[in-house]
Ligand binder design. Structure first.
Ligand code: G3H
Ligand code: 13P
Ligand code: ZN
Length: 315
């Protein structure tokens, strides 16, 4: 499989997935769609001595412009002393995954979870065949994760079937699998208390011993920040995330090796900018408030690595 170059200390992503299973930690996969967020994530990884995955959605690929992504991430890999992996998040077709592989991504996700089981296998296999030839890792999704994002919309959760998961992995030769056990995308995850289906996770793990599993939609949605955004004029009503204690159990007791978070970074970024503009009404230099947003994102990521993912000092 892909050997990361010297920048990643000669360690590749699978090395960290295996280490994560053994030592009970997970790599954070943090979405970014601008340079400031990318640098905040990488700087947090360096300070925490943690491996990290920086993730680009199809929406972010369009927003940033595909030609910019590999150069800025490559520069970050040179600048920050941490194992940094560039990943395509929720690639919905073979074509977009092929594009990411060709652009130099370390890892791609083919998300054909909205297709039938057989079609999902077919598309995933096609991506695996292409990506593995170029030593790029492939994550797939089985079951569906609720929530609405730019390019993703799923009405209801369809939990992953453990037996299907085993067949899926055997037939596709995929490297890791995103599973649906009760998390969802975005800031409105639950009507009441958050819940994860650990019985399903446990059965998946019995079927797929020592296989890297991935949890999407893992933001906890900090209520203090949401309150502050609303106080400053925002309108984010009834936002509820996943209880961090549940994520901790998934990380330490199960083979969850990658945890995806985007919403928490967006909330921290936005709250910091709103607060900065409120506190400095005469400032019109974007560097001032963007710097504050960058610091806020960095603190969120550091905190996740230390207190949630247990990935500090694992680089
Ligand atoms: O899971 C998806 C990510 O949160 C990306 O969202 O499509 O709005 O960039 P996006
Ligand atoms: P959140 O919306 O919970 O941050 O999840 C993001 C995600 O799963 C990206 O793939
Ligand atoms: Zn996701």
């Amino acid at each position: 499989m892909r050997k990361c170059d010297i920048i990643c200390h000669m360690k590749d992503l699978m090395y960290f997935y295996k280490k994560a299973i053994k030592k009970g930690f997970a790599l954070g996969a943090f979405n970014f769609s601008n340079l400031e967020t990318l640098k905040a994530i990488c700087s947090a990884a360096e300070e925490e001595k943690s491996p990290v995955i920086v993730a680009i959605s199809e929406g972010a690929l369009k927003f940033l412009g595909e030609g910019y992504i590999f150069p800025i991430v490559n520069q970050a890999k040179k600048e920050y002393k941490a194992p940094i992996f560039l990943h395509l998040d929720h690639g919905k077709s073979f074509e977009i995954c092929k594009k990411a592989v060709d652009l130099g991504f370390d890892s791609v996700m083919i998300d054909a979870s909205d297709l039938s089981f057989d079609k999902n296998i077919e598309v995933t296999k096609k991506v695996v065949n292409y990506a593995h030839k170029k030593e790029v890792y492939v994550e797939a999704e089985l079951g569906q994760i609720k929530g609405i994002e730019d390019e993703i919309s799923v009405e209801n959760n369809h939990f992953t079937d453990p037996i299907q998961a085993k067949i899926f992995v055997e037939k596709t030769n995929v490297d890791s699998l995103a599973i649906a056990i009760g998390t969802s995308h975005g800031a409105y995850k639950y009507k009441g208390k958050s819940e994860l289906k650990f019985d399903i996770l446990s059965n998946i793990q019995k079927q797929l011993k020592d296989f890297p599993l991935v949890l999407h939609g893992a933001s906890s949605v900090n209520q203090e920040l949401v309150k502050n955004i609303n106080k400053l004029g925002g309108k984010i009503n009834n936002a509820v995330g996943v209880d961090e204690n549940l994520i901790k159990i998934a990380v330490t007791k199960y083979n969850i090796v990658k945890i995806n978070m985007d919403t928490d970074l967006r909330i921290a970024y936005t709250e910091a900018i709103m607060r900065s503009l409120k506190n400095n009404p005469s400032n019109f230099d974007p560097r001032v408030y963007i710097k504050e947003a960058q610091t806020a994102v960095k603190n969120v990521v550091k905190n996740k690595m230390k207190n949630l993912l247990n990935s500090s000092n694992k680089a």
